[in-house]
Design a protein around this ligand. Structure first.
Ligand code: C5P
Length: 398
């Protein structure tokens, strides 16, 4: 049971859906979790602290200080105690305050002190939910690494029909269980990921590059981090951005620079996933000045091989380290992928084919087959790269 023994802080803000927080707390406790409640002043208008304290067996926190003896209610302690915080229901106001750090109640200060993952389940009227302000705040929180349990559609307290209902407690519990089941398998792991293209300079304004977008590597980095891993993402030039605090991003330009960083970092990681499209060759000579058309009738650029990062890591790999590579093949796909796995000493190789529609460079989708060292082969259907990142991690670390 993935919730057994887990410490969960349940935050309640002022929405009619607060009556569902009672069932949510009960379900969590039934699954073996210990629950502490932090409630906003408006939340108390909808459900009483007495109800919630009776259900959880713990005092309900709402004020910064006890009115009896002036003692401080520590949101910091709560932040350290929790394995997870879930705010359900989360009103537009609470979402806005969380997004902007407006710490004028104990729920928001607890959120700001939280060391563990935070989930929230919005609950509000349909127009409030779809208002650009609410959506903007949800986007901010998503970027901050908060997991949003999307609102559902149906009849609302206003009797209007639309999207804004808090997800049912049973489904919230399912989402938290899923999270604990998969996410903590990468807790305490340190993972190196390479992503994107490399640029090999010809002169100060020109380079040899490729069409890689870095999307697969970034999706893997986000997924590893959301499962609790510490990620070092070494990426070539890409406009993509990351949000999770567990990802340390190191930007490089050329294969040589990527090689140097990877070799330095590899000894301290548990696994490396090499999704970068590293240039095999670079110009032997990089011109210091912009080359002029008038200086050359015909121009020949001599290329010299770049270091093979994957092969270098494969050579120094220790038995307790995992090395995962990618292969993009246009012919004899399986055969080439398998021989690459052997040559570079990979434990797994992920084959993506350029022949498949919807798979490949720059797209949000991909179609892959994973081969493992022990002869296993598993093909996946065409999916979003974000979904494939989950499949890859489940397969490799599962
Ligand atoms: O380019 P190739 O098909 O050999 O790439 C296979 C794997 O090797 C990929 O995982 C890629 O990131 C990695 N590679 C590398 N260094 C290179 C070339 C490829 O790490 N110089």
């Amino acid at each position: 049971m993935s919730l057994q023994g887990k410490h969960i802080v349940l935050g309640i803000s002022g929405s009619i859906a607060a009556y569902k927080s009672a069932s949510l707390a009960r379900l969590l406790i039934k699954k073996g979790a210990e629950v502490k409640i932090v409630i906003t002043p408006a939340g108390k208008q909808f459900i009483t602290p007495i109800t919630m304290s009776a259900l959880t067996g713990n005092p309900v926190e709402s004020d910064f200080f006890s009115s009896n003896d002036g003692s401080w209610h520590s949101h910091v302690d709560m932040g350290m105690w929790a394995d997870l915080m879930v705010v359900a229901p989360a009103t537009a106001s609470t979402i806005g305050k969380m997004a902007h750090g407006i710490a004028d109640n104990l729920l928001v200060t607890t959120y700001l002190s939280m060391k563990s993952p935070v989930f929230l389940a919005p609950s509000m009227d349909l127009d409030m939910f779809k208002h650009p302000s609410t959506q903007r705040n949800l986007d901010i929180l998503k970027k901050d690494g908060v997991h949003i349990i999307d609102a559902t559609s149906g009849e609302l307290a206003s009797h209007l029909e639309g999207k804004g209902r808090m997800e049912e407690p049973e489904n919230i519990v399912k989402k938290l269980e899923e999270y604990f089941q998969i996410s903590f398998s990468l807790n305490t792991k340190k993972i190196l990921i390479t992503a994107g293209p490399t640029y090999e300079r010809i002169d100060p304004v020109r380079f040899i590059g490729n069409f890689s977008s870095g999307k697969m590597g970034f999706a893997l980095a986000e997924e590893c981090a959301s499962r609790g891993a510490e990620v070092i993402l070494v990426c070539g030039p890409t406009p993509l951005s990351i949000s999770n605090k567990l990802i340390r991003r190191i930007d490089v330009e050329s294969a040589q620079q990527m090689y140097e960083v990877c070799l330095k970092v590899f000894p301290e990681v548990d696994a490396a996933i090499l999704s970068a499209a590293v240039a095999d060759y670079r110009p032997e000579h990089t011109y210091g000045q912009k080359m002029k058309r008038s200086d050359h009738e015909n121009l020949t650029i001599t290329l010299t091989p770049n270091p093979d990062i994957a092969a270098a890591l494969g050579k120094i790999k220790k038995p307790n380290q995992l090395l995962v590579g990618f292969a993009l093949e246009t012919n004899d796909e399986d055969k080439n992928a398998l021989s690459k796995m052997e040559k570079k000493n990979f434990d797994f190789i992920i084959l993506n084919s350029l022949n498949e529609e919807g798979a490949g460079f720059g797209l949000d989708t991909n179609k892959i087959t994973i081969f493992s060292r022990n002869g296993n082969k598993k093909s996946f259907e065409l999916k979003l790269k974000k979904e494939l990142a989950k499949d890859i991690l489940n397969h490799v670390f599962g």
